[in-house]
Design a protein around this ligand. Structure first.
Ligand code: AHR
Length: 679
């Protein structure tokens, strides 16, 4: 038995040891003749929430911030521009564009000079590329008795024009005008200037600028580089829209899907509950335009081959914050919203919501298979409400599998109650479990599902992440511990049918929550070590499990301090005693299409380990295999804009000798072996 002090300090101080210096030996025997269960095809997905500017200012490619003047600070991200002119810019609400978009900007020009108007500064600047085209659009009307025009100018941070278009024919009626602007240069902090060039009054609203090069060149589209990061993970599902955003800080603030479809000018802006949720990380002007709404979500899932997994509000606001509850006799509209969402996804085009989907350009159904009722709810109030949703949803949409909330944590009283309820009076298909815990917890819990009763509901590890250090960082150490845990998910994927790391995106300088999978700014993006772990598992998911025996010295770690496990006020359960850990965490399976055995081997410890991999029961092996390795010089290493690939997988060819591979598993590493093998 190896005694390893797996303290954070200890790991941080131990440098990576060269491959030849392995001090531990382990034998991994994969039994290819005895396949186990099918690996859940939904196992590795992504969790999307509009947190950390993940949607507006992030994945949603709109470059103008506060385009509809609906922020509390109504001219936030706007400034007045006067080019030798005299005029006033005021936010008004009389006779607006529509009732859901009640404010607009009035330009009252006394003397036009070379132009009077406003400039939008985007989300910390507008980033444009030389030679690329951008689509500008503005709703406008005038009080003049003749048609007027607006100049829309893209300028760099020094005021140098990069391109412009003219919007002609503005009349007394609100109308949307569009123009293309080709940028002559690159800029990271450009601004979009709207200029009136004659005296009089012009009202403007929904001032928008999108790159033409969105993902798949869609209008109202997504940032192509960020979607590519998602697509590269091969996610089998996408959870949306959260997360606490589903619940809202209070009920009026909850996510209401019907407000997120149709023409974007008719989607009411909602404030983002992450504005003030985290002390020290407030973002008072963080709003949700819902331009990335439910239609765009379904379409994105289709584009990247992921099953959509919507989560709906169940008549409860955030239980950490307002704790607001919808009375049971007022719950019917909430239940109807859930029923209608499925109809919007899948209903015939002759149904009201199926017709709305068709009108948005997608008459075919989106084939919704799962729906979550409530986000991170707990307690009796939840189960009463869940039961009402469950009865209505199963009656109308019996084939849609329901996901029920398991509470904010696991191994506490809320979680225990959830499982009791879901196993008895509140039938559910899948229980959503969340765990944000230290890296060691993930090692100790790699076997947590091995012995779980298979007769009850399935499990969705709906939000998880290893939280390393304070402030929490995305380190190799955290990622490797997640990988160790994920070997347990693969092994138990007859029970754990879905899993998603959370949160997904974070914008540099504008985040509320770390760690996250993907960091970006207005021009750049990189994946954290945890991103690479998710991608390694997503891209190498086998179809069926194979038994893998690990022989090597067991490892004993000092117990985690109780304070490292948050209980959110739930009644505590007796602490689980963690047993010795394996020398290597492993899971194996067969990828039938590739004709390969896939072996995940995770060495989370501070020493390299010499592994002999024996492959039994396969007719023909090799002659060579691939090893995809994620490691780095120090467990503390992470990625950054400066070093985006410091911790990234590297692929090597490894020799197969007979039916064995001998290979050093570096300290703090994940290795995915892909071994050609006949049945
Ligand atoms: O992922 C961040 C938050 O963590 C989610 O919004 C919430 O469900 C959980 O508490």
């Amino acid at each position: 038995m190896r005694n390893i002090r797996f303290s954070l300090l200890c790991l941080a101080s131990l440098a990576y040891t060269a491959a030849g210096a392995a001090t531990t030996s382990v034998r991994l025997t994969v039994d290819a003749a005895n396949p186990g269960h099918a690996v859940s095809p939904m196992l590795h997905g992504v969790f999307f929430e509009d947190i950390n500017y993940g949607a507006d200012g992030g994945l949603y490619a709109e470059l103008v911030q506060n385009r509809s003047f609906e922020h509390a600070e109504s001219l936030f991200s706007w400034g007045t521009v006067s080019r030798g002119a005299e005029g006033a810019a005021t936010v008004e609400s009389a006779d607006p564009l529509n009732a859901k978009n009640p404010h607009y900007l009035r330009l009252e020009v006394k003397a036009p000079g070379r132009g009077f108007g406003v400039a939008n500064y985007g989300f910390g600047g507008i980033a444009v590329k030389a030679g690329e085209s951008y689509l500008a659009s503005v709703f406008a009307r005038t009080a003049a008795d003749h048609p007027v025009a607006l100049r829309i100018v893209l300028e760099d941070e020094t005021g140098r024009p990069l391109g412009e278009c003219r919007l002609e024919g503005i009349s007394g009626k609100w109308t949307c005008f569009e123009g293309a602007i080709k940028s002559s240069g690159a800029a990271t902090a450009a601004r979009l200037v709207v200029l009136a060039t004659e005296a009089g009054r012009v009202d403007i609203d929904m001032v928008s600028l999108f790159p033409e090069n969105t993902w798949k060149h869609r209008r109202n589209g997504m940032r192509a580089d960020l979607v590519q990061m998602l697509a590269d993970m091969h996610p089998s599902f996408m959870r949306f829209p959260g997360g606490c955003v589903v619940e809202g800080k209070d009920l009026p603030n909850r996510y209401q899907w019907k407000d997120t479809i149709g023409d974007v000018s008719e989607r009411p802006e909602n404030w983002n509950r992450w504005q003030d949720a985290i002390r020290g990380q407030t973002a008072p002007q963080y709003y949700q335009t819902c331009g990335l709404g439910f239609f765009e979500f379904f379409q994105l899932c289709e584009d990247i081959g992921a099953e959509p997994v919507p989560i709906i509000n169940c008549g409860m606001a955030c239980q950490y914050q307002s704790k607001q509850l919808v009375a049971l006799d007022q719950l019917a509209p909430f239940v109807q919203d859930a029923l209608d969402l499925v109809e919007f996804a899948d209903g015939a085009v002759s149904t009201p919501w199926g017709a709305r989907r068709a009108a948005m350009g997608h008459p075919e159904p989106f084939h919704l298979k799962f729906l979550g009722v409530g986000n991170e709810q707990w307690g009796e109030d939840y189960f009463t409400r869940y039961g009402i949703f469950q009865a209505a949803l199963k009656a109308r949409w019996p084939d849609v599998k329901l996901i029920g909330a398991g509470g904010p944590g696991v191994d506490d009283g809320f979680w225990k109650l959830a499982w009791e309820k879901f196993r008895s009076e509140a039938p559910v298909d899948v229980v959503d479990e969340h765990y944000y815990r230290p890296p060691q917890w993930f090692l100790e819990n790699a076997t947590r599902y091995d012995a779980q009763d298979r007769s009850g509901p399935r499990v969705f590890a709906g939000e998880y992440a290893a939280h390393d250090g304070q402030p929490r960082r995305s380190t190799l150490r955290a990622a490797v511990s997640e990988a160790a845990f994920m070997t347990g998910l693969v092994r138990n994927s007859d029970l754990v049918v879905m899993a998603s790391y959370a949160p997904l995106f974070a914008k540099a300088g504008a985040f509320q929550w770390a760690p996250d999978l993907i960091w970006f700014d207005n021009t750049r993006v990189y994946g954290t070590p945890s991103y690479h772990v998710q991608a390694l598992f997503g891209r190498n998911r086998p179809d069926v499990t194979l038994p893998v025996a690990v022989e090597g010295p067991a490892v004993v770690l000092p117990p985690l301090p109780p304070a490292s496990v948050a209980t959110y006020g739930a009644p505590p359960l007796p602490p689980c005693k963690s047993g010795p850990l394996p020398a290597v965490f492993a899971a194996a399976g067969r990828d039938a299409r590739a004709g390969e055995i896939v072996l995940f081997a995770v060495n989370p410890y501070p020493e390299p380990c010499s592994a002999t991999i024996a492959l039994c029961g396969a007719a023909k092996i090799g002659p060579a295999a691939r090893a995809i390795v994620l490691t780095s010089a120090s467990p503390d290493d992470g990625n950054s804009f400066e070093e985006p690939a410091k911790v990234a997988p590297r692929e090597e060819t490894v020799a197969v000798n007979g039916k064995e591979i001998v290979r050093v598993l570096p300290a703090c590493s994940v290795t995915v072996f892909r071994i050609p093998a006949g049945e």
